[in-house]
Design a protein around this ligand. Structure first.
Ligand SMILES: *Cc1c(COP(=O)(O)O)cnc(C)c1O
Length: 239
């Protein structure tokens, strides 16, 4: 990571540039075009002012993992033109009773993992012609508490989303397990993506890779990286 010219902590712009350089490098190493990879900045726990700074630096994709925090930031930044064109990704465990608010505030939901949530999101459409991008989160562990659909149930859930008229299935999302090397886990995600595309051929997004493992995710075909602390700095303690 580069250090700032003044010799202190690297600035936000420097951290962003350093990560983007690593993304480009990992893409080249995998014979991939860096332009095909979307780097999403996860801004959870950070204030709206950080989102504003990121947007001013050209960041166009932001992510949050809690509905209340997402909605609060959307309200706080609503009239700020620097946010124009920014896409918001919801990446956290979603409660069905928050579906309406999530739909109102997110452009894409990466964490769809059960039938009831599909039903709730589809029913919460603000208008018949509004379409929400969704990804199916798969659980790469045997611990059901970690969120995500079990791989064996992937096709059934995909068919349900494909049949929901206000949802557009874009791809698959996963978080690497804690007790396993990330690369083979992401290789499984790539296989699951192939299975998904047998049902919805253009659902080709692979949302995988965080601060600790995004290079492995790129090597296994990730198209959307969710990077937080390496860019934003350590998250403040939650109040
Ligand atoms: C917080 C979070 C990230 C980013 O994590 P970092 O390790 O800070 O990069 C990515 N994905 C999800 C689902 C998260 O909750």
């Amino acid at each position: 990571m580069s250090t700032s010219s003044t010799g202190g902590e690297p600035s936000l712009a420097e951290r962003l540039a350093a990560i983007d350089a690593r993304v480009a490098e990992a893409a080249r190493a995998a014979d991939r075009d860096p332009a095909q990879i979307t780097r999403i900045v996860v801004t959870k726990f950070h204030p709206a002012s950080l989102v504003r700074e990121l947007a001013a630096l050209g960041v166009r994709d932001m992510a949050e993992n809690r509905q209340q925090e997402l909605s609060a930031k959307r309200v706080e930044l609503a009239s700020d033109p620097v946010l124009d064109g920014v896409r918001w990704h919801f990446v956290g465990q979603a409660q069905t009773n928050k579906a309406r608010q999530i739909r109102a505030d997110a452009d894409a939901v990466h964490s769809v993992d059960r039938a009831r949530l599909v039903t709730a999101l589809d029913a919460a459409t603000p208008g018949a012609h509004q379409v929400l991008d969704v990804l199916l989160q798969v659980n790469l562990t045997d611990d059901a508490g970690r969120g995500g659909v079990a791989p064996a149930a992937l096709e059934t859930l995909a068919e349900q989303v494909a049949a929901a008229s206000t949802l557009r299935l874009r791809g698959i999302m996963a978080v690497a397990p804690l007790d396993e090397a990330p690369r083979p886990a992401f290789a499984r995600v790539r296989e699951l993506s192939t299975r998904l595309r047998r049902i919805v051929p253009d659902a080709d997004w692979i949302s995988a890779g965080m601060t600790a493992d995004f290079e492995d995710a790129i090597a296994e075909g990730a198209t959307h990286l969710r990077i937080g602390s390496a860019i934003t700095g350590n998250r403040p303690a939650r109040g």
